[in-house]
Write a protein that binds this ligand. Structure first.
Ligand code: SAH
Ligand code: SF4
Length: 358
């Protein structure tokens, strides 16, 4: 429920509206998970509530901690679906990566989540509860660390679950509730053009990230089938029309795949495509997972790609993989901790050793 929903809920019970706000604040500001903890309500109301409403959409099934401090949470919905969320410490900052769907329908060829297909959308409660459970975990395990940033970059395509995604933003950014700052929230999309146009007109204004991943339609068609519907031309036109707030820029994600999109020509084409767009590029060297036929480029190739982009005036950053030892890095979320079969990782073929010198 948004705060408005809670007020309407109170009215529907014949209660004063402020009681709706009291209850809502307990959930979204204080983070309680039982009605019994709502101590400013009359005991009779607290007793009545469990028959009228439920609290908390998810339970924590498993927490895995990476050697770099990244934590992956496996969370289970009321109907027994598993989703994943990742907590990434980075100096003073702590970023949480949240899921918007169980699986994903977009079918990008390099992504582990794609292999699950789409099971269902998460509702707004399931989206926000990921944040509340993560806050709880931090408060218990690392009380000095606060959640500072939020990215919709976990499982799923947020713009395929548009209404729940926008509703979750409204709830999380309400200054009577969780009080997250819109400037510290980023929604990432594979480029659903009509929904991008719609998002540009909302009153909630998260940062925007776009998974571009290729500098031309030929390559993008191959690795992201969605490009056949909304190609780079249509995507760029929508992004150029997107109303950006002052001092904000669009982030383009570019998964680097060896031999597919990592040449200096690709870098030059990318720089040309993005010339004049207020943006930065995050290069994500491909994170391996068993089901895809790709390889991560060699470090020298990654560096050369970044250097070429920069030389051509494109602000380009390298994302170091976080939590890859627990399959928590970008594109590795697929509930593999949940008993799905693990196919052995494709081993990078090294050139044969040179013949012995006589
Ligand atoms: N569905 C949205 C949100 C998920 S974000 C989107 O695609 O934007 C996931 C990010 O990780 C995307 O930028 C995607 O391009 C990237 N990604 C997917 N699989 C990857 C992999 N195996 N290695 C590195 N990055 C990957
Ligand atoms: Fe879905 Fe994003 Fe993975 Fe593509 S990269 S399949 S849009 S989660």
């Amino acid at each position: 429920m948004t705060l408005d929903d809670a007020l309407a809920f109170a009215e529907a019970q014949g209660w004063p509206k402020f009681r709706g706000e009291q209850i809502w604040r307990w959930v979204h500001d204080k983070g309680v998970r039982t009605f019994a903890e709502m101590t400013n309500l009359a005991a009779s109301v607290r007793d009545e509530l469990p028959a009228l409403a439920t609290l908390g959409s998810l339970t924590v099934a498993e927490v895995q901690t990476s050697r770099d401090g990244t934590r992956k949470l496996r969370l289970v919905t009321r109907d027994g679906q598993s989703i994943e969320s990742v907590l990434i410490p980075d100096g003073e900052k702590t970023t949480q990566c949240i899921s918007s769907q169980v699986g994903c329908a977009v079918d990008c060829q390099f992504c582990a989540t794609a292999k699950m297909g789409l099971k269902r959308n998460l509702d707004a409660g399931e989206i926000v509860d990921q944040v509340y459970l993560a806050r709880r975990l931090l408060a218990e395990q690392e009380p000095d660390r606060k959640l500072t940033n939020l990215v919709y970059m976990g499982m799923g395509e947020p713009l395929h679950n548009y209404d729940n995604m926008v509703k979750s933003l409204r709830i999380l950014c309400d200054d009577k509730g969780a009080k997250l700052s819109q400037r510290r929230i980023t929604v990432s999309t594979s480029g659903l053009v009509p929904k991008l146009e719609k998002l540009g007109k909302e009153d909630v204004r998260p940062n925007l990230a776009v998974s571009l991943n290729a500098p031309n339609d030929e390559v993008r068609d191959m690795i992201m089938p969605i490009n056949r519907k909304w190609n780079i031309g249509k995507l760029m036109a929508a992004l150029k029309a997107y109303p950006l707030e002052q001092r904000r820029r669009i982030t383009f994600e570019y998964v680097l795949l060896a031999g597919v999109n990592d040449s200096l020509r690709d870098a030059a084409q990318l720089a040309k495509l993005l010339r004049g767009v207020k943006c930065k590029v995050n290069i994500i060297p491909w994170n391996p997972h068993p089901e895809a036929p790709y390889e991560r480029p060699a470090p020298a190739v990654i560096d050369a790609f970044q250097a070429e982009c920069r030389r051509l005036g494109l602000p380009t950053y390298l994302r170091t993989p976080r939590g890859d030892d627990i399959d928590a890095a970008c594109g590795q979320l697929a509930n593999r901790s949940n008993g799905s079969p693990i196919v052995p990782l494709r081993v990078r073929r090294e050139p044969p050793p040179p013949p012995p010198v006589e």
